[in-house]
Design a protein around this ligand. Structure first.
Ligand code: UDX
Ligand code: ADP
Length: 460
């Protein structure tokens, strides 16, 4: 196998993971040619333009520095498979919406199609790297497909899950806490792993590159996301209790997080976690546990997702109850639609459920977001009582309430007096992210409903 002279890297799937990761590899490894392919021609064209298909701080500069030099984007999947020594697969693996495991298991059709394409078009020994999050033991299935054909070509299937978070992708890729690589414990498997490690070793210190077997690597990705989501659900569950008592979730978070065994990160109470990974990966884990008969383990993790749904519904219930038990005909500003700040991504954003529940109550919504309006429109195509306005001041005019859905830093600097003045009275603000100065808002005249803290109301 030619594993020690890998020079052509291919990535199949030019999405949130494939695009930034390959841009970083091209940037750090000038001795490699990196090509990213996708079946979506519009996406590929956007990667080659001044207007990238995803918003990610610092990504435009990163791409521009290598585009056309050793970073290439193409729709020709087959020809590029033929040239590649190492292929990263980062196609989407959504949750199944049909058949067995619907709603929980991963839909592996894109993944399997890719495996068959690699088998059909590879011309020499190739290393295939799972980059998408996949259920444990998917690499085995991939391996079986790849070895079902031309026996003269040798494939090694490795797992290399991506841990970047959106909004901080460039920083996460530049300084990863760790890079995880899993490979078969065979001589050729270890050699392939060496070739993969060699790429990351261009900029990641060796002690941060963890080598495991394939299954540990696959499971660690699901487990890491499950742990992170569990922390958010844990603190959110306590936020409900805080609202019933005189405890303040920010104080509780600080007190808990100061314990060095627990640590302060991911303890920020919110309207709920979103993003393409957390829910999908937990449900994958749940399905995996169930399929091994581990029903108590499955139920334990499933509760993390249930708590997240509960938090979103609870937020809407509080809005309705505080606004005199009806939002029908009321205009509500949805401030932020992205699932977190610094991204235009809205996949699984809590704003989706909140908007749907509010319109079911016949509220009229104005959605504002600096980057996510195009995606928001795609998420709510069927809702007629929703308009979109990027300018938060215009969006707030005549609204009865503001629901803060995303912690965009620019929202902390808005002129809330101006917003208040243009709104219907009494004016309400429901802070689903807990970043605003609640006392200052109250003093302006808002009735303020934070998560996990007592409301500041002029109506009592
Ligand atoms: C996550 C993982 O962090 C990353 O390692 C993995 O590769 C992909 O999934 P991402 O979904 O991009 O990344 O964002 P993340 O920062 O983890 O936030 C997920 C959600 O949790 C967001 O909606 C965020 O607002 C929410 N969150 C996070 C909270 O509500 N409170 C917190 O304290 C932290
Ligand atoms: P992620 O967040 O995991 O990166 P995305 O949905 O952003 O997921 O990106 C996955 C990309 O994979 C999409 O752009 C999709 O068009 C692409 N894709 C899916 N199947 C194939 C395939 N068989 N060949 C090439 N690209 C594919």
């Amino acid at each position: 196998m030619r594993v020690l002279d890998v020079k052509h890297i291919l990535c199949i799937g030019a999405g949130y993971v494939g695009g930034p990761t390959m841009a970083m590899i091209a940037n750090k490894c000038p001795d490699y040619q990196v090509t990213v392919v996708d079946i979506n021609a519009e996406r590929i064209a956007a990667w080659k333009s001044d207007s990238l298909p995803i918003f990610e701080p610092g990504l435009d500069k990163l791409v521009a520095s290598t585009l056309g030099k050793n970073l290439h984007f193409s729709t020709d999947v087959n020809a590029n498979i033929a040239k590649a020594d190492i292929i990263f697969v980062s196609v989407n693996t959504p949750t199944k919406t049909f058949g067995r495991g619907a709603g929980k298991a991963a839909d592996l059709q894109y993944w399997e199609k890719t495996a068959r394409q690699i088998l059909a078009h590879a011309t020499s020994d190739t290393i295939v790297v799972e980059k998408s999050t996949l259920p444990v033991r998917t690499a085995a299935a991939m391996e079986r497909i790849l070895h079902s054909g031309k026996s003269e070509i040798h494939f090694e299937v490795l797992s290399n899950p991506e841990f970047l978070a959106e909004g901080t992708a460039v920083e996460d890729l530049t300084n990863p806490d760790r890079v995880l690589v899993g490979g078969p414990e065979t001589p050729t498997g270890q050699k392939a792993l060496d070739a993969l490690v060699e790429i990351y070793a261009h900029w990641v210190p060796q002690d941060r590159i963890l080598r495991t077997n394939v299954w540990s690597s696959e499971l660690s990705k699901l487990a890491a996301n499950a742990f992170l989501a569990q922390r958010v659900s844990s603190i959110n569950s306590l936020s409900a209790l805080c609202e019933e008592t005189e405890a303040d979730i920010r104080e509780v978070s600080r007190a808990i997080g100061s314990d060095s065994r627990i640590g302060p990160k991911f303890l920020h109470a919110s309207v709920g976690f979103g993003g393409s990974c957390f829910k999908k990966d937990i449900l994958n884990l749940v399905y995996l546990c169930e399929s091994y008969g581990l029903h108590d383990v499955a139920a334990y993790w499933e509760q993390v997702v249930r708590m997240n749904n509960y938090q979103q519904s609870r937020f809407v219930a509080k809005m309705i109850a505080s606004m005199f038990n009806t939002v029908a005909g009321k205009r509500i500003l949805v401030l932020g639609f992205a699932f977190k700040a610094n991204t235009g991504d809205t996949r699984e954003s809590p704003a989706i459920q909140v908007c749907r529940e509010l319109t079911a109550e016949r509220a009229t919504l104005v959605v504002s977001d600096p980057k996510a309006i195009p995606n928001a429109k795609n998420d709510l195509p069927d809702l007629t009582d929703v308009t979109y306005e990027e300018d938060p001041y215009k969006a707030a005019e005549d609204c009865h309430a503001v629901a803060v859905m995303t912690e965009w830093p620019c929202y902390e600097k808005l002129d809330y007096q101006r917003i208040f003045d243009s709104m219907s009275k009494p004016a309400f603000i429901f802070d689903g992210r807990g970043r605003l100065d609640h006392q200052a808002l109250f003093e302006i005249g808002f009735n303020v409903y934070p998560i996990g803290r007592p409301p500041l109301s002029h109506l009592d």
